[in-house]
Design a protein around this ligand. Structure first.
Ligand SMILES: Cc1ncc(COP(=O)(O)O)c(C=O)c1O
Length: 393
């Protein structure tokens, strides 16, 4: 393992935040690389197996399964969490891991039932906390439920100023549950490769390149982006090879990425405080909305606040109204396996597998939660002009 001073300090900070032990955390350059290291260990110990997930996710969370010679199998999502439901129904004899993604940071309460199932059948429980850095589902004794917990400092995650970095928590309880698998996972995570200089340079250049991309006129953005990609000087959030069921080898975090993450991790509590406040405002003012409904009544500090419209047209109209007022609204995860595979077959995915995900993804808008109170209220007024002028906040 590459153990710069920042690496150790960063593990200590994330451990302190999550009330865990720094020695159970491992850093990687992107969370997807840590995920691949974990799944490779599953393959090494158990051979070809199935990993249960949902299509309501980023393609970068499924590629690690494929590059580890495992097969993704798909459960559907619950409309109130946008996260896995009815996992038991989809269990196969070959299921060796189940992924519970806390979509937009809404902690999926079904993880408790899934944990029981995983314990009974000796299945690895992987919690995807990429949207809720440092937050995990806990047992009644306040210890982490999952065997593995995945965290990300990546683009469009909780911390806005860190663009790279992943942190993987390996629950020490796994040592007892499945000692061989535990050893193999730790071994892979400790032996992640050092990133090549060319990738390190792209990572250092990313912020500057993105600043230029955001400042130049829209019509020039694609051309400039393509130029950067062609000259291999830009590392996008999802690379073209990643829409084709592949990814780079698993790299450890670089000194630069660890330094940046360390610089910003101290803002996490304030970041979550702001998000909690905005979630409360959305909950209060949007609960009786006419054209859409709120996905979750949870008070979690969500990465974004999801609302669901009756049909795609209304969702798109609202999206355009907000965008024309300068708000950047995400449509996580539309298309499914975001931003969409070149070929569904490579992902072993068939739309019939997940009717709720299929029906919901084009109708969901994810409202930002990192804004000021005034900006949040402006969004509410745009979405519900009549109702909210009367309420007058
Ligand atoms: C749910 C989820 N899991 C995992 C990842 C991968 O994170 P990273 O970008 O750090 O590889 C993403 C990335 O977008 C994600 O949305």
């Amino acid at each position: 393992m590459i153990t710069s001073t920042s690496n150790l300090a960063l593990r200590r900070k994330i451990a302190k935040f999550s009330n865990t032990d720094a020695s159970d955390w491992y850093l990687c350059l992107k969370a997807r690389y840590g995920m691949a290291a974990v799944y490779k260990a599953v393959f090494d110990i158990y051979g070809s197996s199935d990993v249960m997930t949902t299509p309501y996710t980023c393609i970068t969370s499924v590629n690690p399964i494929l590059v580890s010679y495992l097969k993704p199998i798909y459960a559907d999502i619950a409309p109130t969490t946008l996260s896995i439901t009815d996992a038991e129904k989809h269990l196969t004899k070959r299921t060796r891991a189940i992924v519970v993604q806390h979509t937009l940071g809404i902690i999926n309460p079904e993880i408790k039932t899934i944990a029981k199932l995983c314990k009974e059948k000796n299945i690895l429980l992987v919690e995807d906390s990429a949207h809720c850095l440092g937050r995990m589902a806990l047992t009644s004794k306040q210890s982490p439920i999952a065997d593995i917990s995945i965290h990300s400092f990546g683009v469009e995650k909780v911390l806005q100023n860190t663009k790279f970095g992943g942190a993987i928590y390996v629950n020490p309880a796994l040592k007892k549950k499945d000692p061989k698998l535990y050893e193999k996972i730790v071994d892979h995570l400790l032996n992640l490769k050092e990133a090549p200089k060319s990738l390190d340079l792209k990572i250092r250049a990313y912020r500057g390149e993105n600043a230029v991309l955001q400042r130049i006129p829209n019509r020039m953005q694609n051309g400039f982006r393509n130029f950067l990609l062609k000259t291999k000087t830009y590392e996008p959030a999802v690379t073209p090879m990643e829409q084709n069921a592949s990814q780079l080898p698993s790299y450890a975090i670089t000194e630069f990425a660890a330094d940046v993450a360390l610089k910003h991790i101290g803002t996490l509590s304030e970041n979550y405080r702001r998000r909690t406040e905005n979630v409360k405002i959305y909950q209060k003012y949007l609960k009786n909305a006419k054209d859409f409904h709120i996905v979750s009544t949870s008070d979690d500090p969500m990465l974004a606040f999801p609302i669901v419209f009756e049909d795609t047209r209304r969702a798109t109209d609202a999206y355009l109204a907000l965008a024309s007022s300068g708000f950047f609204i995400r449509r996580w995860y539309s298309p499914l396996l975001y931003p969409g595979p070149n070929d569904n077959r490579k992902y072993e995915y068939n739309p019939k597998m997940a009717p709720v995900s299929e029906a919901m993804h084009p109708r969901v808008l994810c409202l930002p939660t990192n804004l000021t109170t005034a900006q949040t209220k402006k969004i509410i007024t745009i979405l519900q002009p009549v109702q909210n002028t009367v309420q007058n906040f």
